[in-house]
Design a protein around this ligand. Structure first.
Ligand code: PLP
Length: 380
């Protein structure tokens, strides 16, 4: 059997990781400025994380959601305290798409409405409702087209109000910071207008913090820069440092009914201990403060490079937009300088390193960028 060939691959096999570094099968060492799509939050193979996960698998790997799993409540308590959302409820699932899927459903169960407002260049996942609110027709299949969605440009409260006042909108979904869309930060005052409009027109405000959340932006959630409280928040990626897990943080206005949502694997024992270890390590090593400090330093250093149109970001969620295509720069960063980076579109390099990236690793990364960009024609 062949693998279903949907991923364009670099011909590198990563076999080992430690902190912000990974090694390939030939023994080459790389600096990981991408964290495997923003997933590695506390660093590869952190010893406390390894101890927690191996300790749990030695006791019990899995049992279903038909019996008490007190690890789930421990996680809810810890996450509530760490994020400032201790009066919200937690629903645990396995991926980011599934988190948004459940958030959109929950909003619709709550108010009985169908239409969703989403934003241009958004990415919310690939399952039916999540992909439907994603602004990329190439990944929306005909079977996904049923749910009515209106995509609006970010930054225009008047356009949002014109849609919400029609009365048929169930929820509005927006990323805390657009990731796939190129590290686009919604203006704080726009987020505040969304909060106000959603309250006025009784529309559920869902903030997708799957990529921008969990400390990555230098606050626990990126929307906290705007001082707003969404009705529903979705998380995944860094929540369990690579163990597949997603979650929905649900505001007090939503009423849980037995059977309305569910999952086989969500909130399993291994996922919970992984997520508890992540929060412990984030607190102990002050990784949110670190993301802020090291992210600011890295952005300042990168801003001095030639050929750059704009650097956008908060904390360790950084987009470097070049004047021209970044294909060759990225290839050389990887194969000549041993640095993993990501992209967003043709001209933006996306950096999403572990939140434990040190100042000296950031300095080393900036030096390696300088070596490539100082002498690369970006349009090759
Ligand atoms: C903002 C955002 N939402 C949702 C998703 C989907 O997450 P998953 O791939 O875990 O389904 C992603 C993944 O990149 C994302 O960046």
């Amino acid at each position: 059997m062949n693998l279903f060939d949907v991923y364009p691959l670099f011909n590198i096999e990563i076999v080992k990781g430690k902190g912000c570094r990974v090694w390939d099968s030939a023994g080459n060492e790389y600096l990981d400025l991408y964290g495997g799509h923003a997933v590695i939050s506390v660093g590869h193979s952190h010893p406390d994380y390894v101890t927690a996960v191996t300790g749990q698998i030695n006791k019990l790997g899995f049992y279903s959601n038909s019996v008490v799993n007190s690890l789930q409540q421990q996680l809810a308590d810890k996450l509530g305290a760490a994020s400032g959302y201790d009066n919200y409820a937690l629903f645990l699932i396995n991926t980011g798409a599934e988190a948004n899927e459940n958030a959109l459903k929950l909003a619709s169960f709550h108010n009985g409405k169908r239409r969703v407002v989403s934003f241009r260049a958004s990415f919310h996942g690939r399952t039916s409702a999540s992909v439907r609110v994603t602004d990329n027709p190439a990944i929306i299949a005909p079977v996904n087209e049923g749910m009515p969605v209106t995509y609006l440009p970010i930054g225009h409260p008047d356009l949002v109000e014109a849609e919400l006042k029609k009365g048929d909108v169930s929820s509005l979904i927006i990323e805390g910071i657009q990731g796939v869309g190129g590290i686009q930060i919604p203006p704080d005052d726009f987020l505040r207008s969304l909060r106000e409009l959603c309250t006025r027109y009784e529309v559920c405000l869902i903030v997708d913090e799957i990529q921008s959340g969990y400390g990555r932006s230098g606050k626990f959630f990126a929307h906290q820069y705007a001082g707003i409280r969404p009705d529903i928040i979705t998380v995944a990626k860094g929540i369990a440092n690579g163990f597949p897990m997603g979650a929905v943080l649900i505001g007090p206005m939503f009423k849980a009914v037995h059977g309305m949502l569910g999952t086989t694997f969500g909130g399993n024992h291994l996922a919970c201990v992984a997520a508890l270890a992540v929060l412990d390590i984030m607190e102990k090593e002050q990784l949110i403060e670190n993301a802020n400090r090291v992210g600011n330093y890295l952005m300042q250093e990168l801003a001095t490079l030639p050929g750059i149109r704009e650097i956008r970001g908060r904390g360790l969620m950084i987009g470097i937009e070049f004047e021209e295509s970044v294909k060759e720069v990225r290839r050389r960063l990887l194969f000549e300088q041993n640095i993993f980076t990501g992209v967003a579109g043709a001209r933006t390099i996306r950096l999403l390193p572990p939140l434990s990236l040190s100042l000296s690793e950031a300095e080393e990364a900036a030096g390696r960028f300088r070596r490539v960009i100082g002498r690369t024609k970006t349009n090759q």
